[in-house]
Write a protein that binds this ligand. Structure first.
Ligand SMILES: CC(C)(COP(=O)(O)OP(=O)(O)OC[C@H]1O[C@@H](n2cnc3c(N)ncnc32)[C@H](O)[C@@H]1OP(=O)(O)O)[C@@H](O)C(=O)NCCC(=O)NCCS
Length: 218
């Protein structure tokens, strides 16, 4: 049986206790389980701000994320700060991925963006990670990429999005396939990790594909 806060208070007072301590434990537990199990009811991309920096620093240095991205070593705080201060918003647009799950506050669960923006040839690279592992495999990255497509094609008038995924990154490969990106090519021995060379797979998503996707989804 699922009880509301009032329900638990009534349950405890019927047994002669205010139940505050029990209630606090149950509240923590139910918030945590809601976070882990509930459907996400809203996802938004918003600009990064200074308050996000500490969390993003942890994610950028998370070995699991580092292993799949271009970053091959731990970053120092000063380097991270410099990265944030030097973000040139005409060349690299980074956004915090925020979600709302059940009754919880909306919170940042990852970062995504368009990098290497080329205004002359109208192309950009897609970059994304979901740092909060509780929110992986819930369709968050897929929806974030859909919102990046809106930004890229409907607001920035870009023609081509592309992504480079290392051959050992099966979640990344699956993600771009499931977002309708076309397979472009393979470059051999592009990345050296743990004493071995790996290949890069390139994917693209062109303006026409976006028009088709929009007309298919109404
Ligand atoms: C790749 C990553 C962004 C996926 O985020 P996510 O929110 O868990 O992905 P979604 O839930 O939106 O899943 C979308 C698709 O990605 C694929 N996918 C996601 N996680 C996967 C996994 N662990 N194994 C295999 N495929 C996976 C699936 O095809 C999935 O579609 P499906 O659910 O219909 O099968 C996340 O695993 C991550 O942050 N990885 C580290 C950073 C990274 O590799 N970034 C990509 C390179 S830029």
């Amino acid at each position: 049986m699922i009880r509301t806060e009032d329900g638990w208070r009534r349950f405890c007072s019927e047994r002669g206790t205010s139940g505050d301590q029990v209630f606090d434990i149950l509240k923590d537990w139910s918030e945590e389980s809601a976070r882990l199990t509930q459907e996400i009811s809203g996802l938004m991309l918003r600009p990064l701000n200074l308050d996000d920096l500490e969390q993003i620093y942890k994610w950028r240095n998370d070995p699991e994320i580092m292993a799949r991205t271009r970053q091959w070593r731990m970053l120092e705080w000063n380097e991270h700060l410099r990265w944030f201060n030097n973000l040139d918003h005409d060349r690299d647009i980074m956004r915090a991925i925020t979600v709302k799950a059940l009754s919880l506050e909306s919170n940042m669960v990852g970062v995504c963006g368009l990098t290497h923006i080329d205004w002359v040839n109208r192309s950009a690279e897609v970059s994304i990670y979901i740092g909060d592992e509780n929110f992986r495999r819930k369709g968050v990255a897929k929806e974030a990429i859909r919102q990046l497509k809106v930004m890229a094609f409907d607001q920035m008038n870009l023609h081509r999005l592309w992504a480079e995924i290392y051959s050992f990154n099966s979640p990344g490969l699956g993600l771009f396939k499931s977002c309708g990106f076309g397979y472009e090519d393979i470059l051999l021995d592009t990345v050296y990790r743990n004493g071995k060379y790996y290949n890069s797979h390139f994917y693209n998503f062109l303006e026409d594909a976006w028009k088709n996707e929009k007309s298919d989804t109404g």
